[in-house]
Design a protein around this ligand. Structure first.
Ligand SMILES: [Mn+2]
Length: 380
């Protein structure tokens, strides 16, 4: 029976500068290269027959040659795996791109302009794909491909943007009906860094696998690849975590704390409870929450400094509020009393609009803090 064991990855962005990580930026850059090595090791351990790389493998055509060499070497060490690369908007095919090098290992196939395919006759598999040839691709690369109606399994790899019918995109717009009539059994997409489940349009399965290593607090949680068997009309794929570290945004209630030291202790307890022994390995954005006495306003930089030895990377955001009897305050004949009265009126006016109410409440507490101490602008 025609079938093939695949691994689908995308969006490594090798060589990218992660300036938001400060002194850890260089190490994280190297770790993403290590994650790529981990993916090729998986190919060997799991006897992967086809490795699909759905674009943005490199951050740009200018990615340093050491990273490019390391990728070529890793791929040359899995000669039993056919590798299909579909360049994306970051690493599009051009004369000065690494993809124009002559020395890619023999098992690597790099798709160029326009939808194309190659066959693996022993497996009964046809591998389709198309590369970006510039930053923008406004015409769909999956427009009515001529897929023969035979017994072969058809797999496609490309970088692109899943859109509604007739919705434009600068990044290879692909619609559900194009997928439905593509004739493919599985389409391995790249570009969106958050993975989807294995989706279906008609008899075609498709998915974004997301990036295998989060680069910031907009790429959260466990990251990895899809791995499994694709047959005619059937893709049995499962998600496999490969990331070295996770980026996490964690709210921590430090209600009642009266010093930065206490706040830091509560954070460590919370993370230890939530993530176990190895909690220190992750990258955290901690959102401080809870009610605090007006006498203490947490200093985010100071709390972060106290955590630096325990956590690989931490960033703190203060969203605490002041513990106060609003009713009593609103009766005061001071500027503060008038302010509280006005804000409570606004909150009443917001009624059932939860978002509006929350916004006014936040404004109220920031105002109260301003009356009681100085207010520092929150960093995002
Ligand atoms: Mn992209």
């Amino acid at each position: 029976m025609n079938k093939i064991k695949i691994l689908h990855c995308a969006d490594l962005h090798l060589g990218a500068e992660i300036s938001s990580l400060g002194s850890k930026a260089g190490q994280r850059r190297e770790e993403i290269l290590m994650t790529f090595d981990r993916i090729t090791s998986l190919c060997r351990e799991e006897n992967i027959e086809l490795l699909l790389i759905a674009g943005d493998l490199f951050e740009s055509s200018g990615t340093d040659s050491a990273a490019v060499r390391s990728v070529k070497k890793a791929l040359s060490e899995i000669p039993g795996t056919v590798v299909a690369i579909a360049p994306g908007n970051h690493d599009y095919v051009s004369l000065d791109s690494p993809y124009s090098d002559e020395d890619w290992p023999a098992n690597v196939h790099i798709f160029q302009a326009g939808l194309d395919f190659f066959e693996l006759p022993q497996k009964g598999v046809r591998v389709w794909g198309a590369g970006f040839t510039g930053t923008y691709v406004t015409e769909s690369l999956l427009d009515a491909p001529h897929v023969p109606e035979d017994d072969m399994v058809n797999i496609c790899v490309m970088h692109g943007d899943l859109v509604a019918e007739n919705q434009p995109s600068n990044y290879n717009p692909v619609t559900p009906s194009q997928i439905r009539f593509s004739g493919m059994d599985y389409i391995a997409f790249g570009h969106i860094h958050m993975r989807t489940g294995i989706l279906h349009s008609g008899r075609t399965a498709y998915a974004y696998c997301g990036c295998p290593e989060g680069r910031g607090f907009d790429e959260l949680g466990e990251k990895g690849v899809y791995i499994g068997i694709v047959r005619k009309d059937k893709a049995d794929l499962e998600f496999l975590k490969v990331c070295i570290r996770r980026n996490l945004v964690i709210p921590v209630d430090i209600g009642g704390a009266s010093s930065n030291n206490e706040a830091a202790a509560v954070i460590l307890q919370t993370l230890n409870r939530q993530f176990g022994e190895a909690y220190g390995e992750n990258l955290y954005k901690i959102i401080l929450e809870g009610a605090l006495d007006a006498a203490f306003s947490p200093d985010c930089a100071a709390v972060a400094a106290r955590l630096e030895n325990e956590l690989y990377f931490v960033k703190i955001k203060d969203e605490t509020h002041i513990r106060a009897d609003l009713n009593a305050l609103s009766k005061e004949t001071s500027l503060k009393g008038i302010f509280v009265r006005r804000m409570l009126e606004k909150m009443n006016a917001a009624g059932k609009d939860d978002a509006q109410t929350a916004q006014v409440r936040r404004a109220l507490y920031i105002g109260l803090k301003a009356f009681d101490s100085e207010v520092k602008r929150n960093e995002n």
